[in-house]
Design a protein around this ligand. Structure first.
Ligand code: ADP
Length: 712
């Protein structure tokens, strides 16, 4: 049934006006000219026409051309759009900031602020949607979870899959599920209007996307819809692809982006110390280049970002009064919301913004005002090492296409400059494209999702790029080890429980284990998992002097059992802090920013455990300072999930993994660094020069061998 206030003609925005406070309407009106100036604006009618006749649209356009913000607004008043529009994002940051932006542009409240809110978002551990949400930005993971609950996606009129070029595993799964859905292979419930699928990408690999959906079309028709959605400027090749596509009810549309020339500057010699080089260039630019003109620096992760942030602030303190100010703003996935939002705010008077970002800012988030880009040429990526059977985080050179995207960020509003912290030769040796995640990462979560959604034959799932059989089998085995699958390969009770949590199967398994009556340490484990959801709760310190000072201050938090219990104590103390948490953090060299995120995740996980009936309502304060027995129970749970990440000490004092026989060393960031114990369990493998185990705890060797024996 259609909502009563639904009209098919004219914009409905004016209708809402009566219920909306004037400041929202004022903002909406102020933003309208900005929207109209976006490259996608003139294509609105073409896009609407395309979706009138076709159910699938592949839309390509440079980052910043207005795809994510405008497309849902173009569609919201279409006659077929009686329900909500879902727009997926690879990252939380983007989902939230886009929802805010679109709410502003529509003059609407946001999310759960008001029952009348038209725009909302749903990200892991944070749901801000209401009964009248019509435009919903959500992370890919959240859409997958919704797909588990409602395979026909009957709550949506359209699903927009954005940032497809990033090719996350989740996007590949979503595309596979949607392809099955639109071909009617799956139980498409009786819908008044067929589900519209819009696939959006910043880099044009239209051909393979069209082919992917085309192959799935049951009965291609040669009928040409009115208003062929091809822009005049579209290249011949694209027009060709498009006309084929039209024949099978798929449209394509291409939006030309705005791009000013960007000058590229390479380093004459390669460097390892990007932080130092970036710092130098930032201050050179700041002294030399006129304002306005913000600087965007691409770094690898939270650690390097916070390190550089600190250095900039230290140096900026020493600047003369007559020099404009510098404002360093970090941007990474685990950043709390209010900090993310600061990126979009204009810089204060006589201040230059320096945004320190991970590859989030490559395409996901468009930061206005940037004229200078500094690119370290690396990013941290997840890589599954088949031979070792382990997934690790590696700092790797980016691809040429990523480097080009990064550079492009400098030329959106005016001519810009891009400083590459590598040599031209270095650039020439980069891969052309980034390898899709599905071809290089651990597939166990993906497969668990598929199993939970009733896909039994994962080897024959429609993948845009088929992962190697070996990788699929490894993942199946891993799930079997976690007891998430039964011997026959179907999903088990435990597997179903795990699949309901937005966690990796490993962490999900830890959680499920902790809820068992004989373990009884769920609250503690939730605290630890929450702390593991951020890159680092402890501040990363650069100078030796500061490091020593921090060691001293944190000593009271350290536990001899290792990092997991240390994290537990840190979270518990922080949560129990009554006076001033910020001061407590400063005193212990703990990142207040990270802890805010941790507390939010903790709350959400507790709520989810209550929904799953693993936890009762009165049960929300974990016992401070866990007893010996409880500590052992917690570590036994960790071990149950992380059984592939265990190592034993060799006679020569080195550690070797039990499954894989790989040499690892305890990472210097661990409280166990330098200690010799009989066996360890750890969270992740980091390769920097050698193989490091990060997030480490002591376990008894006979426990490990017992679990290993049981599953082998
Ligand atoms: P695309 O999806 O094509 O990359 P977007 O729709 O994300 O483009 O962005 C269009 C424009 O809207 C950009 O110029 C960007 O600066 C602006 N914009 C997007 N999100 C925000 C935000 N949260 N705050 C301010 N401006 C934003």
């Amino acid at each position: 049934a259609r909502p009563k206030n639904k009209q098919t003609e004219g914009p409905r925005y004016s209708q809402q006006a009566q219920n909306v406070p004037p400041h929202l309407l004022k903002k909406r009106d102020e933003l309208l000219p900005v929207r109209k100036s976006l490259p996608i604006w003139p294509q609105a009618d073409v896009i609407k026409a395309a979706l009138k006749t076709n159910n699938i649209l592949v839309l390509t356009g440079e980052t910043g051309s207005g795809k994510s913000t405008q497309l849902p607004q173009f569609l919201i008043d279409e006659p077929w759009c009686t329900k909500c529009i879902a727009i997926t994002q690879p990252r939380k940051v983007a989902a939230i900031s886009l929802a805010r932006r679109v709410a502003d542009e529509m003059g609407s409240f946001m999310g759960s602020q008001s029952p009348a809110a038209k725009v909302g978002y749903s990200v892991r551990f944070d749901n801000a949607t209401g009964p009248s949400t019509k435009v919903k930005f959500l992370t890919e993971g959240m859409l997958l979870q919704e797909m588990l609950r409602n395979p026909a996606m009957s709550q949506y009129s359209a699903v927009v899959v954005d940032e497809v070029h990033e090719r996350s595993v989740n996007v590949d799964l979503i595309l596979g599920f949607l392809r099955n859905l639109v071909t009617g292979q799956e139980s498409a419930s009786a819908r008044q209007h067929p589900l519209k699928v819009i696939v959006m990408s910043a880099t044009a690999d239209v051909g393979s996307l069209v082919k992917f959906f085309e192959d799935s079309q049951p009965s291609p028709t040669t009928e040409k819809p009115p208003g062929n959605p091809i822009d005049e400027s579209t290249s011949l090749k694209q027009a060709e692809v498009a006309s084929q596509a039209v024949a099978s009810r798929i449209s394509t549309c291409f939006v030309e982006g705005r791009q000013y020339p960007v000058k590229t500057v390479y380093l004459p010699q390669p460097t390892q110390d990007w932080v130092e080089s970036a710092l130098k260039i930032i201050f050179q630019l700041h002294y030399k280049e006129p304002m306005p003109g913000d600087i965007l620096v691409f770094l690898t992760g939270q650690d390097t970002i916070e390190g550089l942030e600190k250095l900039i602030n230290d140096y900026a303190e020493g600047m003369d009064k007559d020099v404009p100010k510098l404002l360093a703003l970090p941007l990474f996935a685990a950043l709390p919301q209010h900090a993310q939002q600061r990126i979009f705010e204009p810089a204060p008077f006589r201040t230059r913004k320096v945004i320190l970002a991970t590859n989030i800012a490559e395409t996901s988030v468009t930061v206005p005002g940037v004229r200078f880009v500094i690119d370290c040429g690396k990013s941290k990526i997840k890589q599954f090492r088949n031979r070792l059977g382990l997934e690790s985080l590696l700092v790797k050179p980016i691809s040429k296409s990523a480097a080009i995207q990064r550079k492009g960020r400098a030329g959106r509003e005016a001519p810009g400059q891009c400083y590459r912290l590598y040599t031209e030769d270095g650039y020439n040796t980069m891969d052309e494209r980034t390898i899709p995640e599905i071809l290089r990462c651990d597939l166990s979560q993906a497969i668990l999702t598929m199993k939970a959604r009733g896909v039994d034959d994962v080897l024959n799932f429609p993948f845009l790029d088929r992962p190697p059989r070996e990788a699929l089998e490894k993942a199946l085995l891993q799930l079997l080890h976690l007891q998430a699958l039964t011997e026959t390969g179907s999903i088990s009770e435990t597997g179903l429980k795990i699949s309901k949590f937005p966690l990796t199967p490993t962490l999900g398994r830890v959680l499920v284990e902790a809820a068992k009556p004989e373990r009884d340490c769920l609250l503690d484990v939730i605290d630890i998992i929450s702390a593991l959801s951020v890159e680092n709760v402890f501040l990363n310190l650069v100078t030796e002097e500061r490091k020593e000072e921090a060691e001293e201050a944190r000593r009271e938090l350290y536990r001899r059992e290792g990092d997991h219990l240390t994290l537990l104590v840190t979270v518990q103390r922080y949560a129990a802090e009554q006076t001033d948490r910020k001061i407590w953090c400063d005193k212990h060299f703990v990142s207040h920013r990270a802890m805010q995120t941790v507390m939010n995740v903790r709350k959400q996980l507790q709520q989810q455990c209550m929904q799953q009936k693993l936890l009762s309502k009165d049960d929300t304060q974990s016992e401070l300072a866990p007893s010996e027995a409880r500590s052992q129970a917690i570590l036994a749970c960790m071990l149950r999930g992380f059984i592939s990440n265990t190592a034993r000490m060799m006679p020569d004092g080195s550690y070797k993994t039990l499954m894989g026989n790989q040499t690892v060393a305890i990472h210097p960031s661990s409280v166990l660094f330098g200690r010799k114990v009989e066996a360890i369990v750890f969270n992740e493998f980091v390769f920097t020069g050698k193989a490091w185990a990060r997030g480490v705890s002591v376990v008894q060797l006979d426990w490990v061998t017992e679990v290993v024996k049981a599953i082998m």
